[in-house]
Write a protein that binds this ligand. Structure first.
Ligand SMILES: [Zn+2]
Length: 432
């Protein structure tokens, strides 16, 4: 089933989102009109009289993809996965830097930089790299956008990996960790952070990591966090209830590393993730109450509620969530695309100019980034396609879909359904 449809009344006041069937009925009866395609919003032709219920917007910020979910009283009614631009931004800036540097130096003698610019670059306190800043901006764009169409009453954000309040001095205080309980998940996240998300014995990373007692329980080892480590399944099985000194008898350097690392508490327990904190600060600027969750709690909720691991369902599990009914299985896939470039001269990989761009962006009423529907009468791609256009002055365009490309797409077969807003949209074709 698809996402619920956002509804605004005739005064553009957000109302409760409705199931797709009800939205279809409203449109059919002429009581509403389509207001926006991505996300799908309909506008009622009369003022709304009912008071909307509480809606929580939940965010699981990731480095490549951020999950978003809207919860309407224990029901997940809308989900989205927001893909960030990541490496693209830093590559673009590096390329621009190189072009400018070579242009400056081409016909200029060497000049020493002025004294005030010499030495280290000055950066202000809250400085974030442009690629990280763009993630925060992407998420804030969507929070503010959703707020316009849904009566959001609160925001939940996953801020840190584990709860530092519970784990004050976790190495020394004798805390009993229990598998399957919330606290166990917090401890696990702590250990993953402390041991660098790899097996302490063989350094394997791409595998299921388990919690291992360094001194086995059967030999009087304690349940304290300082006696716990992270190991892959094979190492954990191989070690079993052997003493660590016997298990690592052949690898004295590994033994020493594990024993010394076990004693050291995690240096920065808060493990500051600057992007997440920047987002948190931005969210607090909105007038919404912000609930913060931990990665441990998200995982605990997801496991307990038996939900598959996806970004948008992870988002739904952020914060306190006793129950969840998932009423949608098709999250909106959003990819940040930026607003294009001003580069007029396209060069090949050697920097040799190969073509020049026109001084305009709109051709035949379309511009790159528009979402369009194309009805192709014949050819390899005959049929109906919905995707993002890349326009050319010839009128022969290209269309990018969620999976793959459609080309050529002639302008006369295209109908714009959503004008460029810096993002590309698709629906996940696989459920969950
Ligand atoms: Zn291992």
């Amino acid at each position: 089933m698809s996402n619920f449809v956002f509804v605004i009344d005739t005064n553009k006041k957000p109302c409760d989102p409705v199931p797709p069937g009800q939205a279809r009925r409203l449109l059919k009866q002429g009581n509403a009109a389509v207001f926006r395609r991505y996300p799908f919003v309909i506008i009622l032709k009369y003022p709304a009289s009912l008071h909307p219920g509480p809606h929580q917007l939940k965010i699981d910020p990731g480095s490549k993809t951020t999950g978003l979910a809207i919860i309407q009283q224990d029901k997940v009614v809308w989900g989205a996965q927001l893909q960030h631009r990541g490496q693209k931004i830093s590559n673009d800036l590096k390329a621009r830097n190189a072009v400018r540097r070579s242009r400056r130096n081409r016909k200029t003698r060497y000049r020493r930089p002025p004294i005030k610019n010499r030495g280290k670059r000055q950066r202000s306190k809250g400085w974030l790299a442009p690629s990280l800043k763009s993630r925060v901006y992407n998420i804030m764009t969507w929070v503010l956008r959703i707020k316009k169409y849904v009566p959001i009453t609160g925001v939940s954000q996953e801020l840190v990996k584990f709860n530092t309040q519970v784990l004050v001095n976790p190495e020394t205080t004798g805390i009993e960790y229990q598998q399957g309980e919330l606290f166990g998940y917090e401890v696990r996240e702590y250990l993953l952070q402390k041991w660098g998300r790899k097996c302490a014995y063989c350094s394997a990373t791409n595998t299921r990591l388990e919690i291992d007692h360094i001194h086995p329980r059967s030999r009087g080892g304690s349940n304290r966090v300082s006696n716990l480590t992270i190991a892959c399944h094979e190492c954990n099985q191989a070690k079993s209830n052997q003493d660590i000194r016997d298990f690592l008898a052949q690898k004295p350097d590994v033994l020493n590393r594990v024993l010394s690392q076990a004693k050291q508490p995690l240096k920065d327990a808060a493990s500051v993730n600057s992007t997440r904190w920047a987002l948190f600060n931005q969210l607090q600027q909105t007038d919404l109450p912000v609930e913060i969750g931990t990665g441990g709690r998200t995982k605990y909720n997801r496991t307990r509620l038996e939900l598959p691991k996806t970004h948008w369902l992870d988002a739904a599990c952020v914060g306190t969530q006793d129950m969840l009914t998932v009423l949608t299985s098709q999250p909106l896939l959003i990819s940040a695309k930026g607003w294009g470039t001003r580069q007029m001269c396209i060069t090949n990989k050697h920097g040799f100019p190969i073509k020049h761009r026109e001084r305009k962006k709109v051709f035949f009423g379309f511009q790159t980034g528009d979402m369009a529907q194309a009805n192709l009468p014949r050819g390899k791609f005959a049929g109906t396609h919905v995707g993002r256009l890349t326009v050319r002055k010839t009128g022969v365009f290209e269309m990018t879909k969620h999976i793959g490309k459609v080309s050529p797409v002639r302008h006369k077969y295209c109908k714009a359904i959503h004008r460029n807003d810096g993002y590309m949209y698709a629906f996940s074709t696989i459920s969950h």
